[in-house]
Design a protein around this ligand. Structure first.
Ligand code: PLP
Length: 424
């Protein structure tokens, strides 16, 4: 036993010695930590959930190249829904901002980190969503981390869909309100919790408007009816909706044709809206005023860099002037979903560019994705714990940048691999 421990330490000393220039000998604490980390990593590998990163050597786009290959690969797994991440006008706007406003602010917003372009973008987003005001964050993860703790006290109740995004779950963990979870999309469970929390000062129903693993859309009309009956506020995370869902890209409310019943919108600039980075909360002015005073990721984290602000701002200009990319994405989504269903595949969700192809077995999903790459189609298999056990899938994401031929190429590759692996 002692012998084995000694061997492990010798093995550990090498990488530590290489990285620690100041200390010549690893401390016992560092060795302990490294041992623990190796055990953790081994268990992730054994569980088959270790995530490795494929290296892209080109811009983000429908056609990319990856390290070690000169082949052009069709990318069907980015959140680049409108294909604007590398749009020439978006890049140009970022370059101009870099020249005029610099690389970054070296400050948080309230000290000396607010430029005119930050205020302009916040106004543009408010106008886009038809809300009173907007506050920018470095990411939507931060927006979700900041809002619940700032708004909800122990006198209040948060009622959250059990499959909400990890950043919402973490954000709610930070707040001291009564916390309740309802079964995914289950309106009677939600109603039960609304009834149980009637004595709270405020109730906040919290849901992703689009759930990214299934491409399913929250029943916001029914949720709004319950909110009205039981006097609750509604928060939606629109990361997989803003810019492209609905005829003019206003999101799930527009897609469902229900007006604007949601009180608070959180969303990201890191997906359809240029894909650089950034997130925001849009809603009533007093809420945004309060977040500027109290939200910790806003108060204690650096301002969004000017090129990022400018690229997102240009994307809003593009989509507010013209709906053609939104229409193209909807057409691509319809084409892919109907051709895949006709080919015998089962897809979840409806009318959303997130089009998960259900394969059930984790090993089948990863083998399937490997076979697709051999055919120059880049898709990713998702399995437990990211999705429930036995519900492994390949999550295809359409983009407005894909041509009809590329969508068909993807369907043909799916059909060929599906036949080879006995799926269809
Ligand atoms: N909310 C949802 C539903 C998301 O899918 C994501 C990103 O994966 C986030 C929040 C976080 O967004 P960001 O990348 O801007 O931090």
């Amino acid at each position: 036993m002692v012998y084995i421990v000694c061997l492990d330490i010798t093995k550990m000393l090498r990488p530590i010695a290489q990285t620690m220039i100041v200390r010549h000998q690893a401390t016992a604490a560092a060795v302990t930590m490294n041992n623990i980390l190796h055990e953790t990593l081994d268990s992730i590998r054994e569980a088959g959930t270790f995530k490795s990163e494929r290296i892209i050597t080109t811009k983000q786009a429908a056609k990319i190249q990856v390290a070690g290959s000169n082949r052009k690969i069709l990318n069907f797994c980015a959140n680049n829904y409108l294909g604007l991440s590398s749009h020439p006008e978006v890049i140009e706007a970022a370059k101009l901002a870099l020249d005029k406003y610099g690389a970054g602010l070296s400050s948080v917003r309230f000290i000396c980190g607010t430029q005119d372009i930050h205020k302009e973008l916040e106004e543009k987003i408010s106008k886009f969503h038809g809300r009173e005001d907007t506050i920018l964050y470095a990411s939507c993860f931060d927006a979700n981390a900041g809002i619940f703790e700032s708004l909800m006290t122990p006198d209040d109740a948060v009622i959250s869909d059990e499959l909400n995004h990890a950043s919402i779950i973490d954000g709610i963990r930070l707040c001291k309100a009564q916390r309740h979870r309802y079964k995914h999309l289950n309106l009677s469970d939600l109603e039960r919790l609304l009834q149980e929390t009637q004595s709270a000062r405020m109730r906040l129903i919290v849901t992703d408007s689009v759930f990214s693993m299934d491409g399913d859309i929250a029943p916001l009309a029914e949720i709004a009816a319950l909110a009205e009956r039981y006097d609750s506020l509604i928060f939606i995370d629109e990361c997989h909706a803003t810019g492209f869902l609905g005829r003019t890209g206003r999101g799930a409310e527009e897609h469902l044709g229900i007006g604007q019943p949601c009180d608070i919108i959180n969303s990201t600039l890191g997906k359809a809206l240029g894909g650089a980075a950034g997130g925001y909360t849009s809603g009533p002015k007093p809420l945004i005023d309060m977040l500027r005073q109290k939200s910790r990721p806003y108060l204690f984290s650096n301002s969004l860099p000017p090129p990022v602000v400018a690229s997102a701002s240009k994307v809003f200009d593009i989509i507010m002037a013209d709906n053609s990319l939104i229409a193209k994405l909807a057409a691509n989504t319809k084409r892919f979903r109907s051709k895949m269903t006709a080919a015998g595949f089962t897809l979840t969700g409806k009318d959303h560019p997130i089009s998960p192809v259900m394969l059930k077995e984790a090993s089948l999903a990863s083998k399937f994705a490997d076979e697709m790459l051999k055919r120059d189609i880049y898709v990713i298999g998702f399995s437990f714990p990211v999705v429930p056990k036995g519900l492994a899938r390949i999550r295809v994401q359409l983009s407005a940048q894909h041509t009809e031929e590329e969508v068909d190429q993807c369907v043909d590759a799916f059909t060929e691999v599906g036949k080879q692996l006995g799926v269809v």
